[in-house]
Design a protein. Structure first.
Length: 496
């Protein structure tokens, strides 16, 4: 697959460009994104679906700018897809020829089923869930996929979108009850099998609503991807958005660039949630564009990352772990240490996995400087640790990486994110394990290390001399009441 791939997505409301850079077989990251609210479908739904000159001109200008960016970034391959507005337009062939002739861009018009599948591919690979219905509310259509046990079961598409609803109802001063009846008539075509307690919200409307919920509830973590919230607790908020005037939307934490269609999007979304019987929403920061990219990246892997591959971990290590040191002994030490300490606190298998992932990224802070490397590592993890994790998991890994031997955890950060983190006792034990593992790993020279408890004393035995490790352990902070003894082939040291 090419090193740099551009995806252009022409929707009814917006045209978007994203450029992904490959860092390894499964590693990639976003290096550019651009968006233009071309509203190519403006006026089309009242004109038999025909694209109007004003929308065509905006789309042409946006695509012309995208082409310039693609050239500047030396992109190897470009995929251009168009969705509802173009597939509904009787004059779509004229538009496609215009763009091909003057810009050299080949547009592939995808149907609603394929659009829904692309969104599902992105969500399945980049979000933490196994069972859900993905919902992508666009300007002209709403595309949905039923996913069970990590497998795509069925995809459907409805001619139900924000721009379509706006032009048919809001702009003509028809009331919400008429729009709601129109939506419910559309929903009658959804198979009865489409039921799920979890909906994955894809697209601009879902993200705008998710961010609104975050801000209205003072959510402490500013990351929309993987944000999960209760439907019941936020039903009144949805009602307020639907009934709000344009002037009131800002007070409801809606961004100005969403004022024109968020009420229609919220009305569609709330009706779907009720129809599906959903209790929670998982907000996705990825969608069709990532789905197009991943469908090509993973075409030889049946559309899924291999079980042991996390794309965020892979990408972070590719870009920031410049030392490329062997990892085997570090993971082994971490697992053995976790095994010996887990009876001492309320542990789970998930905590071990998070500890091992934090250890695997422990060198990334050195990409800037070794001074305060633990702080650099924390900030890199907070920004880049996106895919396949819950917010709690992201934060736990990052907090562990912020640990330093002379303190168990950084208290201001724990206080800031406390509602999303494991209990303080768990963080203390995991931080202790993280710091002690790194001390032993970085000084072990592949020594054979074992652990055992004698009362409240943790004994560490090594078949090699670990003089420097002894010194660091002298200043190592431990959970209350715990002592550590390091016994190597020539030395013993007792600390409290």
């Amino acid at each position: 697959m090419p090193k740099r791939t551009a995806i252009i997505d022409i929707g009814s409301n917006s045209a978007r460009l994203v450029i992904f850079q490959r860092t390894s077989r499964y590693g990639f990251h976003l290096i550019n994104q651009q968006k233009s609210r071309v509203r190519i479908g403006e006026g089309a739904y009242e004109a038999g679906g025909y694209l109007q000159d004003i929308g065509i001109e905006r789309a042409f200008n946006a695509l012309h700018s995208f082409k310039h960016t693609i050239k500047e970034y030396k992109v190897d391959r470009v995929y251009t897809v168009a969705t509802s507005a173009l597939r509904d337009a009787p004059n779509r062939a004229d538009f496609i020829r215009l763009i091909r002739k003057h810009l050299g861009i080949n547009i592939k018009v995808i149907d609603g089923i394929q659009e829904a599948k692309y969104g599902a591919i992105a969500a399945l690979n980049l979000l933490p869930f196994k069972d859900a219905i993905t919902v992508d509310i666009g300007g002209g259509s709403t595309d949905m996929t039923l996913i069970e046990n990590g497998h795509i079961i069925q995809s459907i598409s409805l001619n139900l979108g924000t721009v379509r609803l706006k032009e048919l109802f809001t702009d003509t001063k028809r009331n919400n009850s008429e729009a709601r009846e129109y939506i419910r008539n559309q929903l009658k075509s959804i198979p009865e099998t489409f039921k799920s307690s979890l909906v994955v919200g894809i697209g601009g409307s879902a993200r705008a609503l998710g961010r609104g919920v975050m801000l209205q509830n003072n959510y402490p973590f500013d990351k929309i991807h993987a944000f999960r919230y209760s439907v019941a607790k936020n039903r009144d908020y949805f009602k307020k958005v639907i009934k709000a005037s344009i002037d009131e939307l800002e007070q409801l934490s809606i961004k100005k660039n969403r004022f024109d269609t968020i009420r229609e999007g919220t009305l569609i979304f709330s009706e779907l949630l009720e129809y599906f019987g959903s209790k929670e929403v998982l907000t996705s920061g990825v969608g069709v564009r990532e789905g197009v990219f991943l469908a090509n990246l993973l075409r030889n892997d049946k559309g899924r990352f291999p079980p042991m591959i996390n794309p965020s971990i892979r990408s972070i290590k590719d870009r920031f772990d410049l030392l490329k040191l062997p990892e085997g002994n570090k993971e082994y030490i971490g697992k053995q240490l976790f095994k010996i300490i887990e009876p001492r606190f309320d542990s789970t298998k998930e905590y071990q996995e998070l500890l091992i992932k934090a250890l695997s990224l422990s060198n990334i802070g050195k990409v800037l400087t070794i001074y305060k490397e633990h702080q650099h590592a924390f900030y890199i993890a907070m920004q880049e640790l996106n895919f396949g994790f819950t917010h709690s998991q992201m934060l736990t890994i990052a907090i562990l990486m912020r640990s330093k031997g002379d303190r168990l955890y950084y208290k201001p950060l724990y206080r800031e994110y406390k509602s999303l983190l494991p209990p303080k006792t768990v963080i203390k034990w995991l931080s202790f394990a993280y710091s002690l593992t790194l001390i032993l790993y970085e000084n072990s020279s592949n020594a054979k290390i074992t652990f055992n408890w004698e009362g409240s004393t943790l004994k560490i035995r090594s078949d090699k001399k670990l003089y420097l490790a002894n010194e660091e352990i002298n200043s190592l902070k431990t959970p209350k009441g715990i002592k550590v003894i390091l016994i190597d082939n020539k030395a013993m040291n007792l600390i409290s």
